[in-house]
Design a protein around this ligand. Structure first.
Ligand SMILES: [Zn+2]
Length: 75
């Protein structure tokens, strides 16, 4: 799994609707990627604030800036 796939599947993970094989790849990526760990923390904080998952995934522009940040640190 790469960072883009991780970001796409965060809501499925938090919703508990991910299949076991995907969840394992997700957790494996989480263990080796600081950026995605921070991202997951942010999403969890947002969920706590809203009391629920956002109705849709991140707006495309927010996702793009996040992925750009990953690419900058991913040397
Ligand atoms: Zn990542």
């Amino acid at each position: 799994m790469n960072c883009e796939q991780f970001v796409e599947q965060v809501t499925a993970f938090l919703d508990g609707v991910m299949d076991p094989a995907s969840e394992r790849r997700f957790v494996d990526h989480l263990a080796e990627c600081d950026g995605c760990g921070r991202y997951l923390d942010q999403v969890r904080a947002t969920v706590r604030t809203l009391g629920d998952l956002p109705p849709e995934n991140l707006p495309p522009e927010a996702r793009e800036s996040l992925l750009a940040a990953f690419r900058r640190t991913d040397v």
